[in-house]
Design a protein around this ligand. Structure first.
Ligand code: ATP
Ligand code: MG
Length: 653
């Protein structure tokens, strides 16, 4: 077998940047040349976009790989860079956050407001005995206090560990214990799907297993009844009564900033450790470069939750270090109706939108009428992150949200990389639907074969990073050996991302999903992404997940789970006819090798709490096994529905 990963999908559509955007772009094509000529000098220049209390002596120390040190000897304060320096420059009255609660209540926080609140929280945490290097767990809904809590930790040098507010008590206590956190910051609850959901109860249950926790600091959001004990403190009685004066001390560039656990799509969550100077440099630069953010005029909105790395880098540290004005939304996209997102874009005049393929596909399923009902003309750059974006979803996004002329930047990165690594630059790169295109200036990504050799254009294989980058993870918290084994052992001297990718004939990069999900069909390695994209390119399909199931003749056979678009009739014979049509459609699009053995029409797919398709569970279903670990699943009833459907469906062959 000569191929590492088959290259089946061909895409010929291409979109050049709008001329006006290109002319005024923050970053132009010369950035690539500059970074190629001297990568470290390039990153040093980007680090100078921040305010340092003490300049570094050395840009990168890579003498003890894979343990990198960036900006060695430099000192800075992250919160100072996100808040104080904007206020000091006279921009205190500028809006930092337009906050929209799910029930429709709103708050507007200027940079001066956010600064004052953060100083209060820093003083309150210090009074509770939190010192530099201590860990603080944050378990909050999407309210401004979430950003304040993170910034307050950064301000006093405490390491935050944000846990997504949808996680269970077990997941929360596991993460608190792993990091030995001293304090938890939470709320009574938050609004989701039109109802207050409880957070404090979950914290109480979790903290019962966590002897290191000394205090629980509780924001009052919903006003619901909560149990109370001696270690509990109200935010409004502690933080909001503290002094608004607080002098930010500088910390070493390698001081730990946060621990964040990966979302758990594939395995036991890993506590990814990020540090201060390199992380902020790359988060800040990529915000400026990839989104072409103009702090004076743009209104930016990232729809991620603060509990994921996207929320860390592109709601808190990236936008605020650049002095941006942004929207923050508490709730779900279909409350009170399926047009809520577009009403928000319309209301605040959002110019830059950053969201995930799962949401784009959901919006496709709901129908074009919802975005059509709002005025989206303010949008000028659209971003995507989290999973491969199917070309048809990309086209739908551009056409229905981006009025057919807005660049779409598909950004590949991970919790581990800390910031965007592969992405078009909106004013420079001609984009192709479904491709993340090129590594950013200063980043060296490549696709290699089994032996670690770079594949030629047209070839597929493993995505690797050849050189250290400023916002790279420094280790897995408390487990250096797992850090080495997971990322640095597969290919000597390279970071192994765990994702498959291909280079097209122009050398542009296409992400092909996780290496663990690749299917081996009659001796060919076929990516789930390409088959899913072929399915989604059929006008009746909104979303698809594909897995390889053991097959006596082909080794593995392709089994597809497909969600039809809202208007499609799938009852009885119509469903059978659609399944046949879809199998033929895939065979025609990608070749007979990729024809699914079986297609199931389903209403939902199993997803992680961050909204990513969890294929390993579908593999269990396709192979009639009992289900593996479902604790990171968003909605566990989905699996029962799919398993029942699978049992009653007859095989197509
Ligand atoms: P775990 O590591 O616990 O399984 P996770 O990988 O889902 O969780 P994240 O770090 O949030 O956690 O996600 C990073 C992964 O998401 C990438 O490795 C890749 O598989 C996928 N991904 C992110 N952005 C893109 C993109 N633009 N195109 C394709 N895949 C993407
Ligand atoms: Mg991962």
């Amino acid at each position: 077998m000569s191929e590492t990963l088959a290259n089946l999908l061909q895409e010929n559509r291409r979109f050049e940047p709008p001329a006006a955007l290109a002319d005024a772009a923050n970053v132009k094509a010369d950035a690539y040349e500059e970074a190629d000529a001297d990568r470290l000098a390039f990153w040093a220049k980007q680090a100078h976009r921040l305010d340092w209390a003490k300049e570094w002596d050395q840009v990168l120390d890579w003498s003890n790989p894979p343990f990198a040190k960036w900006f060695v000897g430099g000192e800075l304060n992250v919160a100072y860079n996100c808040l104080d320096r904007h206020v000091a420059a006279g921009r205190g009255d500028k809006v930092a956050i337009h906050w929209e609660g799910e029930p429709g209540d709103t708050r507007t926080l200027t940079y001066a407001d956010l600064h004052a609140l953060t100083c209060q929280a820093a003083n309150a945490l210090a009074d509770l005995g939190v010192r530099a290097g201590d860990r603080v767990a944050i378990y909050l809904p999407m309210i401004p206090e979430a950003a304040v809590a993170m910034l307050a930790c950064a301000r006093i040098g405490a390491t935050h560990s944000v846990v997504f507010g949808g996680f269970s008590a077990d997941a929360l206590s596991g993460r608190i214990q792993d990091a030995s956190a001293k304090v938890v910051i939470t709320a009574d609850g938050g609004y989701r799907r039109g109802k207050p959901s409880g957070l404090k109860t979950i914290v109480d249950e979790a903290v019962a297993q966590c002897p290191t926790i000394e205090h629980v600091l509780v924001v009052r959001r919903t006003g619901q009844e909560v149990a109370w004990s001696e270690r509990d403190l109200w935010w409004h009685e502690t933080v909001e009564t503290a002094s608004t004066e607080h002098e930010a001390q500088p910390f070493d560039a390698e001081h730990p900033l946060f621990i964040l656990y990966t979302s758990g799509t594939t395995a036991k969550p890993k506590g990814i450790l990020h540090t201060t100077g390199g992380y902020l440099t790359q988060a800040s630069y990529t915000q400026h470069a990839v989104f072409d953010l103009k702090p004076e005029t743009d209104v930016y909105w990232c729809t991620a939750d603060i509990g994921w790395v996207t929320g860390h880098s592109y709601i808190v540290y990236g936008p605020l270090s650049n002095g941006a004005t942004q929207v923050m939304y508490e709730g779900t996209p279909d409350t009170p109706h399926k047009g809520r997102f577009w009403d928000i874009v319309d209301k605040y005049g959002v110019t830059i939108l950053y969201t995930a393929p799962t949401l784009i596909r959901t919006m496709m399923k709901w129908g074009d009428e919802f975005p059509a009902a709002a005025n989206l003309s303010s949008l000028r750059v659209l971003g995507s992150v989290g999973e491969p974006i199917n070309p048809e979803a990309w086209m739908w996004y551009r056409k229905n949200i981006g009025h057919d002329n807005t660049p779409v930047v598909d950004t590949w990165w991970q919790t581990e990389t800390g910031a965007i690594m592969i992405s078009p630059l909106p004013g420079v790169t001609g984009t192709k639907p479904g491709s993340a295109m090129r590594p950013l200036p200063g980043i060296s990504a490549d696709v290699v074969d089994d032996e670690g050799k770079s594949v030629p254009n047209g070839g597929g294989g493993f995505l690797v990073l050849r050189e250290p980058w400023p916002s790279m993870l420094r280790t897995i918290w408390g487990d250096d050996q797992r850090f080495i084994d997971t990322y640095w052992s597969r290919f000597p001297g390279m970071y192994f991302a765990g994702d498959g990718a291909k280079k097209d004939d122009d050398g542009d990069l296409w992400l092909l999903g996780r290496v663990d999900d690749v299917m081996l069909v009659s001796g060919h390695n076929i990516s789930t992404t390409e088959v899913e994209s072929a399915l989604v390119s059929h006008p009746s399909v909104a979303e698809a997940a594909v897995v390889g199931a053991t097959d006596p003749t082909t080794g593995q056979a392709i089994v597809a789970f497909t969600i039809p678009r809202g208007s499609v009739d799938t009852a009885g014979d119509a469903g059978e006819a659609l399944i046949k049509e879809l199998r033929d459609h895939v065979a025609k699009t990608l070749g007979p090798i990729a024809k699914p053995r079986q297609i199931m029409l389903v209403a939902e797919l199993p997803k992680t709490r961050s909204g990513k398709i969890m294929r390993r569970l579908l593999r269990d279903v396709a192979e009639h096994r009992s289900l593996g670990d479902v604790t990171t699943l968003q909605d566990s009833t989905v699996m029962d529905l799919i398993s029942d459907g699978m049992k009653s469906a007859k095989s197509d062959e």
